[in-house]
Design a protein around this ligand. Sequence first.
Ligand code: SAH
Length: 502
Amino acid sequence: MKGKVYLVGAGPGDYKLLTLKGLECIQQADVIVYDRLANVHYLKEAKPDCEIIYVGKASSDHTLPQDDINRVIVEKAREGKIVTRLKGGDPYVFGRGGEEGEALKSEGIEFEVVPGITSAIGGLCYAGIPITHRDHASSFHVVTGHLRADDKENPEINWNALANIGGTLVFLMGVANLKKISDCLMREGKDGKTPVALISWATRFNQRVITSTLDEVYDTAIKEKVKPPTLIVVGSVVGLRESLNFFENKPLFGKNVMVTRSRTQSSSLVEKVMDLGGNPIEVPTIRIEKIKDNVELEQAIKEIQDYTYLILSSQNAVDIFFDQLDELGFDARALAHLKVCAIGSATAKAVKDRGIKADLIPSKFVSEALCEELRDVLKPEDRVLIPRAKNARDVLVETLGQICSVHEVHTYESVMDTSMKEDVTELLTNHQVDYVTFASSATVKNFVKMLGTDYLEKLNQTKVISIGPVTSKTLQDLKIEVYKEAKEASIDALVEAMIGGH
Ligand code: SAH
């Protein structure tokens, strides 16, 4: 087994500024090594059993020294794993990607480098600043601001050349040396009135841009408490921001949107919030818990030859059933004699992924429709197996039970998910939430149960958006004020209600 390492540019921050190749590397990785500039949302794309290693924290540029990072990567690759090393921006732009590549080469480990959108260009773009422009700059220069103590001993930076070349200057890692940077440029002849922009957390919902001039920028930065990660842009292209700033004009730019959801709701709302420039905070309220050491399920599988029908009504039901089948040493062939019914297209797909085409997928995705369709075909001697959730509705078992033998096996249950409780209370207490969205009554109830009624007042200080009248009624019954209600029960209408509220 031979491992391989991908050094992947994760882009400047916006979730969608990642290459297709980069995404593929994330999805295939056995191990992901990432630091603080890579968007953590990407980790959701990883395989469920992917090992995730964080190597950087907010207060210092590198938590793990570079040698240790290299060692971790090398070790994992030696174990035969696919390692994806996610690096903010482009791996070769002050990312020490070159050093990591050299270390891999010297260890004889295969690697590939996937370029990314560097903050030095993409970050400026989202701040409305084109790095070149025919009327302003015909070259650009990306410079490290991480300077040695005594500049005179630092021949890497030719201040005189930089001050006089006329192109756009972009300094990375330069906040701590801002005074020195501006002084050196002016000393070598750069006009003190040259426009400067300081762009912090570029391309993210919390992007902040401060503009000034070379002679005043240091004082401005102190006054505005500018902190890393920040790009320093020097040049007249900064002025174009007034016409080219599209990102900060997005309807949810800078807004924190708490998205409460039950397990079935897709993440399309989360994606929409990001597309509109906002920060989605996902709060799951329900979690699936598999019933452990399920003797009844094991028994049913061992006696699978005695059944004639298998009904699966959710993706979870499919996964748990087939995992158990596998654990007991069987595979899909053990089900060859059965008629398999799947309720819902997602369930049918999950069954197909396990190598079986469902014999019956009711036209409407509810139990009643399946009963209707099975009523005519089931015979008294049939035996139906239904592995499913503990708290599922009775209709299937009752109706079909009138025709033949039906065996319901509980395989999982939905329980309240309290994993985000602390985060949610803290965010609400610190007024760090602009909107809270609810897409069902059940979610409202679970959310309030999780939070406790003490926090209702805090919830009322945010803007609560409801998907429709039923959800709104549940909210109002709990004395939660509804700020806006969607015109129809869809995610698009929910977003519309939120945006329309500005
Ligand atoms: N390889 C990265 C740069 C790594 S050096 C790239 O290509 O973008 C780290 C520096 O990059 C930070 O100190 C900051 O100056 C800059 N930087 C990276 N991402 C940034 C962002 N989203 N906003 C502002 N500056 C950023």
